[in-house]
Design a protein around this ligand. Structure first.
Ligand SMILES: [Mn+2]
Length: 450
């Protein structure tokens, strides 16, 4: 089971715990546990009685990397953990917030050391500025006190003008003091520090990746699953052959194939929305008193068949009951309505797709005329289960056949993709178990997450 983006909401984890039983080989957390509630979250997850593997996200900036969160919990940061012959690894932190990331700390310390002279000058200028501010404010207060003590009537224009004069003088004095700090910041040395810091900062991700790539090489890319908080891009450059990347941060389930790897967004467990009973015309009731909060967080169940195939099923903490509708507004408000009494969502058992066997039999029998029809029948079967099966593995031979039917197949597949939300079709290449090409989706650059 893989989850992410809990953001310290222990209630969502407890709900997840109540929905799922102890049948997992591992629980994977792809970051944003929530600094303050990390221990509480992990204590609940540990009751699944299997290893809990995790990385940190931008919400975990306070957590030390060697923190002991309980004896089932394993920090995956640049470390391989073997679960039933599959390795999990990853790294913690992301450019939005590296938190206590050791590489980030070392790089920042090295930059500070290279520019220690100008940083010392800046500190000195800041300290003397603060001292000057305190002195100037004190003088101002003393002058105002004195003025008040010698003034009989404080409602006159003359008095107001004198107060104004004191305030003006104070502002001038403050500005004069600030010029020392500005002078350091405007100097060549400080600009060099900023430039150096900027490029060093950009190398933090690169260094974390380099170390991860070394770990992956050591473990063997083809049997390693990489977990990070933010999705990695350009993975063919240094993480070639890794079959599966798990991540979160940018909320919303995703399951895509790209350049032979599969990218699964497992977020977000923390997803509160405000719902209202539907009125007669189907719109949500506008009366605030009728509103409730509903937990619609999602997570992912992964199952392998031992041959490297992975079935992936997104699940919801809750499905919207009849008669309720989601309000289009910010999900979390300071005075959010009480929780809706939520029925448990139905959770059918996960089933691996059986399509490849069927197709192999068809191929052996030399039936290629009917092949495309078979594929669509298989897809229809997936539709019937009510599942969003996101992949269908086809043998290399099928891929060749597919190219003959390309125009028609592509069009029909695209229509099907749209109709049932199947996101991609992957091809199996010879004995390689991983995928070559996706239909209906392009890779996209990572965007802002939470
Ligand atoms: Mn995040």
């Amino acid at each position: 089971m893989a989850i992410s983006d809990i953001h310290g909401r222990v209630a969502a984890v407890e709900r997840l715990r109540a929905l799922e039983s102890n049948r997992f080989d591992a629980v994977v957390v792809a970051g944003d546990i929530g600094s303050e509630h990390a221990q509480a979250v992990m204590t609940v997850l540990a009751t699944f009685e299997c290893p809990v593997l995790y990385v940190y996200g931008n919400w975990d900036y306070d957590l030390p990397y060697d923190l002991d969160l309980g004896n089932r919990c394993r920090h995956l940061h640049h470390r391989g953990i073997n679960i039933e012959g599959l390795f999990f690894t990853g790294f913690s932190g992301l450019p939005t917030h590296w938190g206590q990331n050791p590489i980030a700390a070392a790089i920042e310390a090295a930059v500070d050391d290279r520019h220690r002279i100008v940083l010392a000058q800046l500190n000195e200028a800041k300290a003397s500025y603060e001292a000057a501010v305190a002195r100037i404010e004190q003088e101002k207060a003393a002058q105002l006190d004195e003025l008040a003590s010698v003034t009989k009537n404080t409602k006159t224009k003359v008095y107001a003008r004198r107060v104004e004069q004191i305030e003006r003088n104070t502002a001038i004095a403050l500005r004069r003091e600030a010029t020392h700090v500005d002078a350091v910041k405007g100097g060549k040395a400080y600009r060099a520090y900023l430039e150096d810091g900027g490029s060093a900062y950009a190398s933090i991700l690169e260094s974390n990746r380099r170390e991860l790539a070394a770990v992956v090489q050591e473990l063997g890319p083809r049997r390693t699953i990489v977990v990070t908080h933010e999705r990695l891009t350009h993975t063919t450059e240094d993480l070639y052959g890794v079959p599966l990347f798990l991540f979160g941060h940018r909320h919303g389930h995703e399951d895509k194939f790209w350049n032979g790897s599969r990218f699964v967004n497992v977020s977000a467990l923390d997803q509160l929305v405000i719902v209202a009973p539907k009125t007669d015309d189907g719109s949500p009731n506008p009366r605030r008193q009728s509103w409730r909060t509903a937990d619609i967080g999602s997570y992912v169940i992964l199952e392998t068949d031992g041959a490297g195939r992975v079935g992936i099923e997104p699940r919801l903490l809750w499905s919207m009951p009849e008669g309720w509708a989601r309000l289009r507004m910010s999900a979390i408000t300071p005075d959010r309505p009480p929780m809706l009494d939520q029925p448990d969502p139905p959770q059918p058992p996960l089933r691996m797709a059986k399509f490849p066997d069927k197709l192999h039999k068809m191929l052996e029998a030399g039936v290629d005329e009917k092949l495309i029809q078979t594929i669509f029948d298989a897809l229809a079967e997936a539709d019937d289960t009510g599942r969003r099966y996101t992949n269908i593995y086809l043998a290399d031979e099928v891929r060749v056949l597919f190219s003959d039917y390309r125009a028609e197949a592509d069009m029909q597949l695209r229509m099907f993709v749209e109709r049932v939300g199947i996101e991609s079709i992957a091809f199996e290449r010879g004995s390689e178990t991983w995928h070559e090409r996706a239909v209906g989706h392009e890779d996209e650059p990572a965007t802002e997450g939470r």
